[in-house]
Design a protein around this ligand. Sequence first.
Ligand code: NDP
Length: 447
Amino acid sequence: MAPHALIDTVYEKVVQRNAGELEFHQAVKEVLDTLAPVLDRRPEYVRAGILERFVEPERQLIFRIPWQDDQGQCRVNRGFRVQFNSALGPFKGGLRFHPSVYLGIIKFLGFEQVLKNSLTGLTMGGGEGGSDFDPKGKSDGEVMRFCQSFMTELQHHIGPDTDIPAGDIGVGSREIGYLFGQYKRMRNEFTGVLTGKGLDWGGSLMRTEATGYGLVYMVQEALQAQGKGLDGLTVSVSGAGHVALYAAEKIQQLGGKVVTLSDSSGFIYDPDGIKLDTVKRLKEVQRQRIRAYVTSHKKARYYEGCRGVWGVACDVALPCATQNELDENSARTLVEQGCTVVGEGANMPTTPEAIAVFHGSDTLFLPGKAANAGGVAVSGLEMVQNSQRLSWTLEKADKELKTIMKRIYHDIRQAAREYGCPGNLVLGANIAGFVKVADTMLAQGIV
Ligand code: NDP
């Protein structure tokens, strides 16, 4: 079958077999639409059914999570782990706790993770898991009991050489601690089965900062290629979680001014530059909403509705909250206001229509599966340290992260050129990630 016809057929089958899983369809379409030039050159992929196998997870788990709230009432959530592709190594990917979680979101994240992990150059397959549990408004005791129940089932399916989960939305150091404690208790093993652990019990320095810092290292590399730097630039960041905070921190260290942050209720604008000490206290210690920032910073303003964040004029935009948060209208506004670089800290935050706007303009677009790969890269380095029972210094971890992010940028740029679409880093990232997985799948036979 000709490449384009095969791609259409594979996509139609994905839609039919995974009905209603819109985010998964979107992620698959975005990747398949860029792969025709590879299939043209590599007919052996077609014969070996690489594409058909690539879009089908190796294993999908759905399970019940019963837990007791503070009033003694039993609650039931749903848990997921999608082990998508283990060609390059054990499954590796986050856990998301958010009420919007369903199979389609977990599958899209697992699918993206396969390519992202391939781009890091480390030996990691891809997967993702999570639950529709909402940690917001829950006590520490409730979160702990939920995590213990979640791990009681998940521990049957993961392990340091099988599947190594990490954090994602709603899963930070507190949740990783409870999950690790329960795994250790049930298996009587102290192993590197999760990443993002505390520094005293196997965590890696730089893991907390890695996704945000890595994103900024890639933006910096892209600007440098144009003979520019971050110094003096105005930057809009969305989100107020792990990725957003540490992206903002690195931007400030490199001389940029971060003027926005957001959460799912609204966004703050501070013309003097966001004071990150305040935000860290509000979000990481007090677990408050972002609107609380304006009570202690008089020039700052809070606006209801998170999408308005893209109406603020900026040189660089970093969507770091969630999928599909930056739509076509927002993209047009950013371009009209002179935004020169958009770097995705979140997974799939930009809609396909918005990406098309950036590709039709002078705005450089850095796709998430490359730009936010720093988190999983340092997770991979945490696994290396765990197997050696060593802890690297901050300088070493940071140096490795920087090197990986620069290399990914040049790899995806090179792939875009090599396959005839210079500057299209979506295509470059998809192809650079895919070819390595596809070659490995070929080498390992039909499994
Ligand atoms: P956090 O839970 O720490 O923070 C998420 C932030 O995004 C919060 O400010 C949250 O606001 C906001 N948000 C969540 N859902 C929505 C929504 N539906 N609409 C608007 N805002 C929303 O998560 P992370 O910072 O870890 O993750 C952010 C993004 O980065 C995700 O796409 C994740 O997949 C991606 N990512 C994370 C990595 C990591 O290492 N943690 C690695 C690579 C990618 P609120 O508090 O109101 O919910």
